[in-house]
Ligand binder design. Structure first.
Ligand SMILES: Nc1nc2c(c(=O)[nH]1)N[C@H]1C(S)=C(S)[C@@H](COP(=O)(O)OP(=O)(O)OC[C@H]3O[C@@H](n4cnc5c(=O)[nH]c(N)nc54)[C@H](O)[C@@H]3O)O[C@H]1N2
Ligand SMILES: Nc1nc2c(c(=O)[nH]1)N[C@H]1C(S)=C(S)[C@@H](COP(=O)(O)OP(=O)(O)OC[C@H]3O[C@@H](n4cnc5c(=O)[nH]c(N)nc54)[C@H](O)[C@@H]3O)O[C@H]1N2
Ligand code: SF4
Ligand SMILES: [Mo]
Length: 730
């Protein structure tokens, strides 16, 4: 074990803050500032600071568990792995490979996500794999692919934000969800730039804004169209840019012109003068950015909604230019990398498409299998969970806790219970693990090495800093052992190394030539640089140098634009590709290099309020809890700060119910009923209530949410459904 500080990254969100871990007397580690890492410059939120608490074996799973007589009881690893292999093999024999499901997570390292996708397709032979990232940024990913031909959360580093003129943050609350990133927005304003926040609630982020627009949940598409209408009406279109760098403007323009500001005001509740002010702040400076997060994306029209915001950027010439652009703030620790290497239903590594014959050939060759043996695309996350117990009989789950986090969670919980067989790999006893037939305790974060890709597309190395507790094994070991058991004579385990660097070396080859090309990235480079931005193809001449000892003195010009052929040559001379911090500066990733406008029109949310369910429910996060809470609900300091669920509501609505601060209120939707204390604030629209989704049980927000899916991204409508709110009399 190293006895000095180990530089690594936080286990939680997509900012992937740098931190140092120092060994402690008691065998644990302490988090210490790591000021040299540029993204957070030493700053951490409370979750990152307290992350070592979840390493403690007092809150950990430290032995495999198997269900026996209805109870989960400790077992040896061999017994537990045999049970998993038997469960999956039986399903495969009796019902065919597609009856085996696999569900992954955007918190898994690139190595794990890559191996899980490969495991599903070549060990189980199933098409039925998807992951929780579908619930996260999938709408932005789909819209980015359509418009730019490529999906990378931010096409520029966070450090560009303070230098632009205006940022519109749409449905994003970084003050609670990525606190250290707030510095970039504060600096923007110190430099004379402006911040516009669009959120139905006056969040801690909105409090810092120059302009806060509070639309009705689920109306961001109309809002963006209204702004574009005004851009056209006020003659603010960048005609030259539109001519040179885009296609499809006429149709998009026509669609926007049908959205008069007064009509948009009626739909959104945002007044026409506020719309005009937003257009002025956005258009006057030379540079500007639009950043979206889950607010506009987690809607049954999330893809079109993000498309409308991209249209606004394109019409005003604010994409693919320095200090201007559209970006999505990805959420999970490896939300970016986790969507690139094959755990998504329709994807192969390197952001390749599973239905593309050339992609299948390339990846099948790396995997040493026949391309025809690879299954086709499978179901999306909600559809997969909804099929449990019917078409899908067995599930292997790694890195998600859907009993708390899936929409219409009571129904999904029933589906999970109706499985013939469930195996869960986790670090703690999550609500979903508690339903499993076999629970496999795995290593995490500080106990293992692996790479993640942060929201900027920066590939990072997390390093092992501590010995894992006795009794746990890594996810990679689990896949290796299951491949050995399920592969029989085929020796499939050889394709599932347990050393993360070996997996990464294969991932490099599998991703080579794909959109998310990692082939020029090595662990060695990641250890020496503060991350490398993809795409980063291997430079042919460098392939040999990389594996020999003399690559250390290769000079790296991080400012070289990878999109520029002249600079590519320079990089080749330097024998390594510098990576690509900024995308699209010369061309978009479409065949003709031009961005695509999408013609979109407003449509209603899937479930509009009515007499029976007159209020809108929206959901989201609080700063001290993470996701389903499986990890952070085990940390005392975080529980003290955020002890449980609540219903945020306006004083006018509270008065109508006769509810005072802290009184239990029931929120009822067509899916179920949840009860939590009232939190009364003028910061929310009177027609809307908000619940955080971090808790199970009576206050579980997802008991209420609507699984209406976006037709393209298959994203559920977490951010808007119709509810009734009732006072609870004791
Ligand atoms: N503390 C904490 N931090 C986290 C996480 C966590 O669980 N806890 N999770 C991480 C992950 S995976 C993610 S995806 C990110 C999410 O990060 P964010 O997207 O910032 O988080 P949310 O709270 O889900 O949603 C943001 C805001 O959208 C608003 N909103 C709700 N409905 C609408 C709407 O219809 N339109 C608009 N414009 N806004 C709306 C909500 O009021 C909320 O303030 O956070 C990451 N960071
Ligand atoms: N109502 C509502 N619901 C939402 C959202 C919302 O805004 N509103 N947001 C959605 C979003 S954006 C997301 S990302 C999802 C997230 O929701 P989940 O998918 O449930 O995510 P987590 O709670 O992070 O679950 C991760 C699980 O994996 C475990 N784990 C951590 N590291 C590892 C590892 O290395 N290996 C293994 N095997 N396990 C590990 C953790 O202990 C935890 O149990 O929730 C979605 N649900
Ligand atoms: S902001 Fe995100 S990455 Fe940074 S310390 Fe907090 S949870 Fe960790
Ligand atoms: Mo997320």
């Amino acid at each position: 074990m190293p006895n000095s500080a180990t530089p690594t990254h936080c286990p939680y969100c997509a900012l992937q803050c740098g931190m140092n871990l120092t060994p402690q007397q008691d065998g644990g580690v302490a988090v210490v500032e790591r000021p040299d890492f540029p993204v957070n410059k030493g700053a951490l939120c409370g979750k990152g600071r307290t992350a070592p608490a979840v390493l403690s074996s007092s809150v950990r799973l430290t032995s495999p568990l198997v269900r026996s007589g209805g109870e989960l009881v400790p077992a040896t690893w061999d017994e537990a792995l045999d049970r998993v292999a038997e469960g999956l093999a039986r399903t495969r024999t009796e019902h065919g490979p597609d009856a085996c499901g696999v569900f992954g997570g955007g918190g898994l390292t690139n190595e794990k996500a890559y191996s899980l996708g490969k495991f599903a397709r070549i060990v189980l032979g199933t098409s039925q794999i998807d992951y929780n990232g579908r619930f996260c940024m999938s709408s932005a990913a789909a819209a980015g692919m359509k418009a730019f031909g490529l999906d990378r959360g931010l096409p520029f580093p966070l450090e560009d934000i303070p230098k632009t003129g205006c940022v519109i943050l749409v449905g994003s609350n970084p003050a609670e969800t990525m606190p250290p990133s707030l510095r970039y927005f504060t600096e923007l304003r110190e430099n004379g730039g402006t911040l516009i926040v669009i959120d139905p609630r006056r969040t801690r982020t909105a409090e810092q804004a120059d302009l806060h627009l509070a639309p009705r949940p689920g109306t961001d598409l109309a809002l963006a169209l209204g702004l574009l209408h005004l851009v056209v009406a006020e003659g603010r279109v960048d005609e030259e840019y539109v001519q040179e760098r885009t296609v499809g403007w006429e149709d998009a323009r026509a669609a926007a012109m049908a959205h008069w500001p007064e009509y948009v005001e009626r739909i959104t509740g945002v007044s026409v003068p506020q719309l005009r002010e937003a257009v002025r702040l956005f258009c006057e400076p030379e540079h500007a950015m639009v950043l979206t997060a889950r607010g506009p994306e987690q809607q049954s029209k999330g893809t079109d909604t993000v498309g409308a915001w991209i249209n606004l950027c394109l019409a005003t010439g604010r994409a693919g230019r320095p200090l201007s652009g559209y970006g999505c703030l990805t959420g999970q620790g490896n939300g970016q990398g986790g969507r690139e290497h094959g755990q998504k239903a329709d994807q192969l590594p390197g952001y390749r498409k599973l239905d593309d014959p050339a992609a299948r050939r390339h990846v099948a060759e790396v995997w040493g299998v026949d391309p025809d043996s690879l299954p086709g695309p499978g179901r999306s996350a909600y559809e997969l969970l909804d099929a449990l117990g019917t078409d899908i009989k067995s599930l292997l789950l790694m890195g998600s806790n859907p009993v708390v986090s899936a929409p219409r969670a009571a129904h999904i919980e029933e589906r999970i219970k109706s499985l013939d067989f469930l195996a869960v790999c986790d670090v703690v006893m999550s609500e979903t693990a508690a339903l499993a037939d076999v629970v496999l305790p795995v290593t995490q974060w500080a106990e293992e090495t692996g790479t993640t890709t942060n929201l900027e597309g920066r590939v990072l190395l997390r390093r092992r800093a501590i010995t894992p507790p006795e009794g746990v094994r890594s996810d990679l070991e689990v896949m290796h052992e299951l491949a050995a058991r399920l592969g029989g004579e085929r020796g499939l385990e050889k394709g599932f190394p347990t050393d993360p660097e070996e997996v990464f070396e294969e991932l490099r080859r599998a991703s080579a030539g794909g959109a998310a090309d990692y082939s020029g990235i090595t662990y060695r480079r990641l250890a020496e640089e503060n991350g490398v931005f993809w795409p980063c193809p291997a430079v042919p001449e460098a392939a040999d140098a990389e594996s020999s000892e003399d690559c250390e003195d290769a000079s790296l010009d991080a400012t070289a634009g990878a999109d520029d052929p002249a600079q590519d040559e320079e990089a080749a001379a330097a024998s390594v590709h510098p990576g690509t911090p900024r995308l699209f500066l010369d061309r978009f990733a479409t065949p003709d290099g031009r961005a695509r406008f999408v013609p979109v029109s407003h449509r209603a949310i899937a479930e509009e309020p009515d007499d029976e369910y007159p209020v809108l429910l929206t959901t989201g996060r609080v700063v001290a809890q993470y996701q389903s809470g499986a990890q952070t609900r085990r940390v005392d300091e975080l529980n003290a700060a955020a002890p449980g669920p609540f219903v945020e509501l306006h004083p006018r609505l509270a008065a109508r119910l006769g509810a005072a601060e802290g009184d239990p209120v029931a929120v009822v939707s067509r899916r179920g009923r949840a009860v939590a204390p009232a939190r009364i604030t003028t910061g929310i629209r009177p027609d809307t209530v908000f619940m955080p989704f971090h808790w199970p049980g009576e206050g579980r927000a997802n008991t209420l949410t609507n699984p209406a899916l976006d037709p393209t991204s298959r994203m559920p409508e977490f951010k808007a459904c119709a509810v009734r709110v009732e006072a609870v009399r004791s």
